[in-house]
Design a binder for this molecule. Structure first.
Ligand code: ATP
Ligand code: MG
Length: 314
């Protein structure tokens, strides 16, 4: 399939999950088990579509890198075991590692807590020409921190500024931050992998039952489940307040990992394709200097050949 056809399909596949104006967004409108036109038996077709997407992504990434103007920031948020790591691994499997940077954000360190909450993310933003991936991000600040207000207390904000309800301010600051990045050439796409609580039960049990997966199980995942509804509310409001045309959220059904991956790949292909990337044009002057280089190389070649002839015994 030609790249332009893959791009057209990618747009069609990712569009239903794209949120650019949060005003009317409701989490319950997205079915975590959704499969769009793939249906239950569409696994093989989805795998084929994913491989096309991965190939297109490799081509687009080469252009992004060569052009060296835009940076791409992909943000992944989800409940535990929703498949962030696997989605990142599969979708980026074809790209050149040199052009890609992945950062996983864990609980903030004491050095992080000595700064404003965007500080640690700023240091990890992708360079021009690169794709940067945030596995969790500053969005934890309106998710886990909102669900657990004691985390806010640890942030050492000056007492006169401390606010039990800083969320609207944070949404506004995040919107402004993303606006600023966009204006400076960073393209932002945000993914919330939307999994049902039942599917999480199944996956956590699988981690306990399968010796190859037990390393993935964390008792913390179990305690966070207690706050499921609070998390869903926090996700919904976060998406409602921070989805914009320049930094859209994709709310991707995550009960079927194979479907999640193909949608994420499609959204990333769509993002890169929207930039109309092209290899940089070489100026006339540079072309002239290249001609010079060609002559020097050819002359050296001829000379070296002659020298070699001289040393070849009679
Ligand atoms: P993941 O769960 O992303 O696959 P992991 O299991 O390897 O990663 P965890 O120890 O679960 O590692 O690390 C992520 C934890 O860090 C999550 O519980 C998350 O909520 C927390 N975290 C991330 N950013 C923040 C933040 N800004 N404030 C508080 N907690 C945070
Ligand atoms: Mg975890």
């Amino acid at each position: 399939m030609k790249t332009e056809d893959i791009i057209k399909r990618a747009k069609r596949l990712s569009a239903p999950y794209r949120v650019t104006d949060g005003g009317s967004f409701r989490l319950r409108d997205i079915d975590p088990g959704g499969l769009l036109y793939f249906k239950e038996d569409g696994r093989e077709r989805a795998a084929e579509a994913l491989s096309f997407g991965v190939r297109a992504l490799a081509e687009l990434q080469e252009l992004l890198y060569a052009q060296d103007e835009w940076a791409v920031l992909l943000i992944f948020q989800a409940m535990d075991a929703a498949g962030k790591d696997g989605a990142i691994q599969h979708v980026m499997s074809g790209v050149n590692p040199t052009g890609c940077q992945v950062y996983s954000f864990k609980a903030p360190s004491s050095e992080d807590l000595d700064h404003d909450y965007l500080w640690r993310s700023m240091k990890c933003l992708p360079e021009r020409g690169r794709i940067g991936i945030f596995n969790r991000s500053y969005y934890e600040e309106t998710l886990v921190v909102r669900v657990h207000p004691e985390l806010l207390k640890r942030q050492k904000l000056p007492r006169v500024l401390a606010d039990d309800e800083p969320w609207q301010g944070r949404f506004k600051d995040i919107r402004n931050f993303e606006r600023y990045l966009t204006r400076n050439g960073t393209v932002i796409r945000k993914f919330y992998l939307h999994m049902s609580k039942e599917e999480q039960t199944r996956r956590l049990l699988e981690r306990l039952d399968d010796p190859d997966l037990t390393w993935k199980f964390s008792p913390n995942d179990l305690s966070e489940r207690e706050y499921w509804d609070a998390y869903m509310n926090a996700f919904e409001e976060t998406i409602r307040r921070t989805a914009t045309p320049h930094a859209p959220w994709y709310v991707v059904p995550a009960d079927h990992k194979w479907f999640t991956r193909v949608v994420v790949a499609a959204a990333v292909v769509e993002a890169l394709a929207s930039l109309n990337l092209a290899f940089p044009k070489v100026s006339e002057q540079t072309l002239e200097s290249f001609e010079n280089a060609r002559q020097i190389l050819t002359r050296t070649d001829v000379r070296e050949a002659r020298e070699k002839d001289l040393v070849v015994p009679g």
